[in-house]
Write a protein that binds this ligand. Structure first.
Ligand SMILES: Cc1cccc(C(=O)NCC2(NC(=O)c3cccc4nocc34)CCCC2)c1
Length: 253
């Protein structure tokens, strides 16, 4: 899988290319990454990439020409290497909401060309001419599209075969970080007593059935409290057993 990013701040991508499982996967050739800076595609001495918005208003807008020139260069590079074209994605607050199923869709394809906006956004003529899809990380204000691209790329790379080892990928199965769509139960590690606080006794018992029951109960309690809609979904999917329903009945009264 190949990711390309069109970005004024390529160093931001060190967040995943330089650290952790995604960095190792990169060096193992399980995916590849190329950053392309629109500033390298300017013609003027000041290397201008932004300008004031027509119609007035605050801030600046990224100009179409440097962005388009960068995208065309990426496409030429992919073509030169005999790689498939790949969709041009604009990270944007007006885009489709990214989620785990989107990550699964993305890795099924040849790899996206991610256009990261800065300032107030990008010239619409660039969007109309070059952008195939718009995707959003969520409804909040960000300083740049890079800060949405990173988590999306991370979610995709983790799904690639060979990136995670077996037990890590077991956790990876459902995006609630839990095998059955509920929120994960609390985690503990050494020391057994931390500043006077002990580890729940069930986890020290060595009884696997008892440990599994404790973890399940904790997941149900936490999910009921924070994401009750996931309980309903699990119920509809028939993923709650009698013991689960008994506990929930006790909690919901
Ligand atoms: C809710 C809202 C409404 C209007 C503007 C903004 C806003 O934050 N505008 C600033 C920019 N935001 C994003 O790119 C961005 C933001 C949020 C999620 C995203 N998912 O992908 C890219 C994303 C656009 C150009 C530079 C950064 C946010």
């Amino acid at each position: 899988m190949r990711f390309d990013a069109i970005t004024l701040f390529p160093e931001i991508f060190a967040g995943i290319t330089g650290h952790g499982v995604t960095s190792r996967a990169l060096s193992q050739g399980l995916w590849s990454f190329h950053a392309w800076n629109p500033r390298d595609y300017t013609q003027d001495v000041h290397r201008t990439v932004d300008d004031r918005p027509y119609g007035g208003g605050p801030g600046m807008v990224m100009m179409a020409a440097p962005l388009e020139a960068a995208v065309r260069d990426v496409q030429a590079d992919r073509e030169r290497l005999g790689q498939p074209r790949g969709q041009v994605v604009l990270l944007s607050p007006t885009g489709r909401r990214f989620d785990q199923s989107a990550a699964a869709q993305w890795i099924a394809g040849p790899g996206k060309i991610l256009v990261c906006g800065r300032y107030e956004g990008v010239d619409q003529r660039f969007v109309d001419r070059c952008v195939d899809e718009e995707w959003s990380l969520g409804d909040f204000v960000l300083s740049g599209g890079e800060l949405a691209a990173l988590p999306m790329m991370d979610a995709c790379v983790r799904l690639l075969p060979g990136v995670l080892n077996d037990d890590q990928s077991a956790l990876q199965d459902s995006f609630h970080v839990n095998l059955d769509g509920l929120l994960d139960s609390p985690h503990y590690t050494r020391p057994e007593i931390y500043d006077g606080e002990a580890v729940p006794e069930a986890l020290l018992s060595g009884h696997h059935a008892r440990i599994a029951r404790w973890r399940r109960d904790q997941s149900l309690r936490l999910t009921l409290a924070r994401r009750p809609e996931l309980i309903e979904q699990a119920r509809r999917d028939g993923r709650l057993d009698k013991a689960d329903e008994k506990l929930l009945l006790g909690l919901q009264g």
